[in-house]
Write a protein of this length. Structure first.
Length: 116
């Protein structure tokens, strides 16, 4: 069982930056592939970024490529999402995800609001 707790959300002006953190419980964090997803009001949850268990491979949605960076620090059981050049359309609840084999866990989310 893995428990995920997101933090770092808030209100920021367009063009600003935020760093989201996702702290994970459990001793097997280093073996999990991690991801960030987001859900805007009235829309379905969508993929934002992912990183494999070792941290060597990263993947991004086209809408955030070049602006967001995902990283994973296994020693801290934490995954980060650095978000730069934020746009109003980035406004959403951001969810952390942990996956390994058939195991799939979600955090409760953190709200990011970008004002124009």
């Amino acid at each position: 069982q893995v428990q995920l707790v997101e933090s770092g959300g808030g209100l920021v002006q367009a063009g600003g930056s935020l760093r989201l953190s996702c702290a994970a419980s459990g001793r097997t964090f280093s073996s999990y592939n991690m991801g960030w997803f987001r859900q805007a009001p009235g829309k379905e949850r969508e993929f934002v970024a992912a990183i494999n268990w070792s941290g060597q491979n990263t993947y991004y949605a086209d809408s955030v490529k070049g602006r967001f960076t995902i990283s994973k620090v296994n020693a801290k059981n934490t995954v980060y999402l650095q978000m730069n050049s934020l746009k109003p359309e980035d406004t959403a609840v951001y969810y952390c995800n942990a996956r390994r084999s058939i195991n799939n866990y979600w955090g409760k989310g953190t709200l990011v609001t970008v004002s124009s």
